[in-house]
Design a protein around this ligand. Structure first.
Ligand SMILES: Cc1cc2nc3c(=O)[nH]c(=O)nc-3n(C[C@H](O)[C@H](O)[C@H](O)COP(=O)(O)OP(=O)(O)OC[C@H]3O[C@@H](n4cnc5c(N)ncnc54)[C@H](O)[C@@H]3O)c2cc1C
Length: 400
């Protein structure tokens, strides 16, 4: 009987284990945590957005520079396949109003419970609290909770160690050095889908932390994203911030600072805004003027003051400011607070089956590969798809 070692029990590793075990391979999964799939379970807390229903082209476009490499991988295990897989575990999915796909229960817990039962039935063994700490001459070194090390071997190996966000859930990026020492090119791990730091005045932060800037558009370097951005004590977070995260990182790398332009009224043109702002009543305060003329809420009005020091009295100048409030971002929040990780094992290091060119018989999957995507179900989809493709590659290597 062929044997496989899977290192990392997140969605990418567990789906690889399932695919291998279905073909009769004896699979042992090693995970450093007391239980597997902790990040997957956390992802379910706010509503498990497992994939997205949009068409193939825009879907793949979400992976930016990795779209070409991920296209055949996502085709091999598509959003529809993932939805059927969920249904097979007793969790049919539905499409939310934004096109995002969720399991019926909205959570990951029932799915993970059913999945682990299925894996046990397939003979998959999950060894918990077992940390992979490097290679031995003929196998892998695994360290237990007592710090005792042992060698484990399989005919093939799939690594699915995740990125470095939320390290207390297991994935801490400590694999990077180990792979780099084997000559594997790893792009530095960076925070993705993460909040940004802004040096708000204390009065602004005190009053508005936790308040959404509703229906705004954020722009950096030609990249624009719309949605609700949340003001935090230390900056901004939320969908549109995450969506332009790569452009923010690029600007910060180049200049040390990054100015995000916030359009507080993206649905109105500059001309329409100017026209409306011309209708100021003589006794209107600036706040009343902005509220009556263009329906700006208190957080929007204060953001104008925060960024500009004052509210311009000239309607055209004020309209221009409303369309592009300059907010200076000084940094991203640290990777530990990010939803996902950019960077990872370079695509040039793996073949189409996700086998490492330098380590034949060793495959990699999930967030440890160098791709990134916005929130919306794209992260889990790519984690599952790469897990399936790596396992199929491993099966081909075993001659199954
Ligand atoms: C708060 C939050 C919400 C999210 N919500 C969503 C969402 O709604 N939709 C979506 O698509 N994505 C979401 N994500 C992202 C998604 O959870 C990840 O992209 C996905 O879990 C990555 O899967 P993975 O298997 O590659 O890595 P992980 O899930 O990180 O799994 C890696 C596993 O490897 C183990 N491991 C690491 N190092 C070692 C080692 N040395 N030895 C042994 N084991 C090791 C870890 O313990 C872990 O179990 C969310 C993430 C967070 C943090």
């Amino acid at each position: 009987m062929s044997t496989a070692t899977v290192v990392g029990g997140g969605p990418a590793g567990l789906v690889a284990a399932e695919v291998l075990a279905r073909e009769g391979v004896a699979v042992i999964v090693y995970d450093r945590m007391p239980s597997p799939a902790r990040k997957f379970l956390l992802a379910g807390h706010g509503g498990l957005n497992i994939t997205h229903s949009e068409d193939r082209e825009p879907f793949l476009g979400r992976y930016g520079g990795s779209a070409d490499r991920l296209a055949p991988i996502v085709d091999a295990f598509s959003p529809q396949d993932l939805r059927e897989w969920c249904a097979g575990l007793g969790e049919p999915t539905f499409v939310g109003s934004s096109g995002r796909v969720f399991p019926r229960s909205f959570r990951a817990t029932p799915l993970v419970r059913a999945w682990l039962t299925r894996l046990t039935e397939l003979g998959v063994v999950v060894e918990r609290r077992q940390r992979w700490t490097g290679w031995t001459e003929h196998g892998l070194q695994v360290t237990g909770p007592d710090e005792a090390t042992r060698e484990v071997r399989g005919d093939v190996t799939v690594f699915a160690l995740g990125g470095a966000s939320w390290p207390r859930l297991g994935a801490d990026g400590s694999w990077v050095d180990l792979f780099a020492r084997r000559g594997v090119l790893v792009a530095p791990l960076r925070p993705a889908n993460v909040g940004v730091r802004v040096g708000w005045a204390a009065t602004f932060a005190d009053r508005f932390q936790g308040t959404p800037l509703k229906h705004v558009a954020l722009t950096v370097g030609g990249h624009t994203a719309r949605g609700d951005a949340m003001v935090t004590r230390t900056g901004l977070e939320g969908g549109p911030v995450y969506a332009i995260g790569a452009a923010i990182r690029e600007a910060l790398d180049a200049d040390g600072l990054c100015t995000v332009e916030v359009d507080l009224r993206p649905a109105l043109t500059l001309e329409q805004l100017t026209e409306r702002l011309r209708r100021r009543r003589p006794k209107d305060s600036a706040s009343n003027w902005l509220r009556r003329a263009i329906a700006l809420d208190p957080v929007g009005i204060s953001l104008l003051r925060e960024a500009n020091g004052s509210v311009p009295t000239d309607p055209a100048a004020l309209a221009a400011l409303v369309k592009a409030v300059p907010v200076v971002v000084t940094d991203t929040m640290p990777i530990g607070k990010a939803i996902s990780t950019a960077g990872g094992i370079a695509w040039s290091e793996v073949d189409e089956s996700l086998m490492l060119r330098r380590l034949p018989g060793t495959f990699v999957a999930g967030e440890m590969l160098d791709w990134e995507a916005p929130t919306g179900g794209y992260l889990l989809q790519a984690s599952f798809s790469t897990g399936v493709v790596a396992a199929r590659g491993a099966l081909a290597g075993l001659g199954s």
